[in-house]
Design a protein around this ligand. Structure first.
Ligand SMILES: C[S@@+](CC[C@H](N)C(=O)[O-])C[C@H]1O[C@@H](n2cnc3c(N)ncnc32)[C@H](O)[C@@H]1O
Length: 296
């Protein structure tokens, strides 16, 4: 099948017609949500909300809109994620700009954010650290929902931090978030402490990356995914480093994959500085976050 719709022979390319062509095409190219993908791309090409497609089914596309749609469909058929194609993704009710420099925020990560907010809400002026901030989705969702929180966010990638700080401006929390570029806790001063440290680190085992869907494997930053031979390289260093930057009774929240709960619980226990180690499940009832409290 060609990557572009055939030239219409006298017929007009209306919204309905382009959807009718695009949905089976994207399905045949491996998309798991061809209707949603087609609608989001078409709404983007037309510069309208998705809902408006339904009330404009018979409206023809302009030549520019058709050309834009043709390009988007071609790229989507090559497994480019929809969020990169349209340049944004919703997370925790907020819209985040995303580029290939940042991991696309996942609904799974909302489990960590919910727990962080519950912990922070009663505190007067909590200090929060987000390690591996990417698009800034965790740091910004926390800052938006906890108006007294002072947030620090770190990432190895300056390009990711540029996107994250742009997102913070968009959500009016730039004044309460500091951005540092560097390896885990390296940008912090020795005595700097936090009431909560959150991280969604790279945690996929290197060999597993080749088994991921083409969307992720070919397009998302490897540095956001690769957790070393057993997926736990960064998590081990996080657990070791966080102990000296957590205040007494401060909380550590680490996102994990479903299979890592026992291993991460053991790492925290073996460290000796953490108590109240609990595994939190996501909406699909899969282990998703390990929480631990720094001993007082
Ligand atoms: C899985 S992504 C998470 C991004 C974002 N927090 C989210 O939840 O969508 C991991 C992030 O950690 C960053 N990272 C990887 N290794 C790091 C390190 N050693 N120090 C700091 N950041 C790191 C990557 O650049 C990437 O942005």
């Amino acid at each position: 099948m060609s990557d572009t719709p055939p030239t219409p022979a006298g017929d007009v390319w209306t919204v309905k017609r382009i959807l009718d062509w695009t949905i089976p095409h994207l399905k045949s190219q491996g998309s798991e949500s061809p209707r949603l993908d087609a609608e989001i791309l078409l709404a983007h090409a037309r510069g309208c909300p998705r809902i408006q497609l339904y009330t404009n089914y018979d409206q023809p596309l302009t030549d520019i809109q058709r050309a834009t749609m043709r390009d988007l469909v071609k790229r989507r058929a090559a497994a480019e994620p929809v969020a990169y194609l349209v340049g944004h993704r919703e997370f925790f009710g907020l819209d985040f700009r995303v580029t290939k420099d940042v991991l696309i925020p996942r609904p799974d990560t909302e489990t960590l954010v919910v727990d962080a907010i519950e912990t922070l809400k009663p505190q007067a002026a909590p200090r929060v650290l987000d390690v591996g901030t990417g698009s800034g989705c965790i740091a910004i969702a926390v800052a938006v929902n906890c108006q007294n929180a002072e947030v620090t966010a770190i990432d190895l990638s300056q390009s990711a931090l540029d996107i994250a700080s742009e997102n913070a401006e968009r959500h009016n929390v730039a004044g309460r978030i500091r951005w540092w570029c560097g390896d885990l806790f390296a940008p912090l001063s020795a005595g700097e402490q936090f009431d909560l440290i959150a991280s969604n680190p790279p945690y996929i085992a290197s060999a597993e990356i080749e088994t991921l869907s083409a969307d992720v494997r070919l397009h998302e930053p490897r540095s956001a995914l690769d957790g070393g031979p057993d997926g736990l390289d960064v998590i081990r260093r996080l657990i070791a480093g966080a102990q000296s930057h957590l205040a007494a009774n401060g909380k550590l929240l680490i996102e994990i994959s479903g299979e890592q709960a026992d291993a991460v619980t053991q790492l925290l226990t073996a460290n000796g500085q953490y108590d109240e180690i609990v595994v939190l499940k996501d909406l699909a009832r899969q282990p998703r976050v390990v929480r631990a409290v720094r001993k007082g």
